[in-house]
Design a protein around this ligand. Sequence first.
Ligand SMILES: [Zn+2]
Ligand SMILES: [Zn+2]
Length: 296
Amino acid sequence: MSDFRVTLLGTGVPIPSPERFGPSTLVEAGDQKFLIDAGRGATIRLYQLKVPIGRIDVQLLTHYHSDHTSCLPDVWLTGWLESHFGTRKSPYKVIGPTGAKKLMANLERAYEDDIKIRVADEKLPLSGIATDVTEFDRDGPVYEKNGVKVIAFEVDHGDVIKPCYGYRIEYGGRVAVFSSDTRYNENVIRYGKGADLLVHEVAMARPELMKQAYIQRIIGHHTTPYDCGRVFAQTRPKLAAFTHVVRLASIEVPPPSVEEMIADVRKTYDGPLEMGEDLMSFEIGDTVTMQRRMPR
Ligand SMILES: [Zn+2]
Ligand SMILES: [Zn+2]
C-alpha cells in the first residue's frame, strides 16, 4: 500500500449540488495532509473520511473564486474545536498566491467574537486559531518538508481572474499534479510532465448552448474535454482524472452527459482516464489505483 494518496473531496462548481460539493482535494503524503482549496462541504467530506479537520497540516489555495474558498472559515474554525473532529493546537498554515494574507486577516476580523467567546468559554488555545500565511507571486517551490515538495505554477483562468495557480506535489519519487481552474495552458503541460496522477478541471456545453454569450464566457475560462485530451496526450500521466466538472445547461438544453464528455476527450487522448466524483481516491504507488466511496 502506498502512503501517497489523493482524495477528491468536492468535484463540483458553484452549483450547490448535494452530489458534487465545492472544489477541494485532500493530499496525504507520508505523515502530512494537504488540502487544496476549501470549497463548499470540504469539512463534511473530511468527516466522512474520518480525517480530523484539525489534522490538515497545510491549506493550499489556487485562486480566490468563492467556490474554492467558501469552506475556508469552516476548516479553520471547526478544526480548532476540542472534539475529535477538530483538535488543532498549532497555527492554521495557509499557502496561496497574493491575496491569501488579506483573506485570512479579514476572516480573523469577521470571526473575532467567536474566537473571543471560545477562548473564554471553552479555554481553547489561541495557538490553534492563529494563522500562518505564506504568499507567493511566481512559479516555484512553496513548501518542502519530510520528503514532500510542493511547487506552484501559474495557469490561465482568464484575463482578469488573476492570480491563479496549479500545484505539483512530489513525494517518494511520485508526482501528483493539479491544474486548478484554467483554460488550455502550456504551463500545465510543462509542470505536468512525469506526473503519475494528473487531476484536471473540465467544462463543456452542448453545441446549441454555445451560441449564448454568457456560456461562451464561462467556457472561455475553462478547458473543454477535447483540450483536456490535448493536455493529457502531451503529459502522458499514469492516470488522468477530472475534477471541477462544469456541465453547462439551460432550461431548454440539458447538460452534456459524462459519456459525451469522455467521447470528446477520446478525440485527442487514448490513455487512462477517470471522471472524478466526490470521495474518489487515488493511491499513487508503482501504479495509480482508484477507489470509490460514494454509493453508485
Ligand atoms: Zn475559478
Ligand atoms: Zn472554480
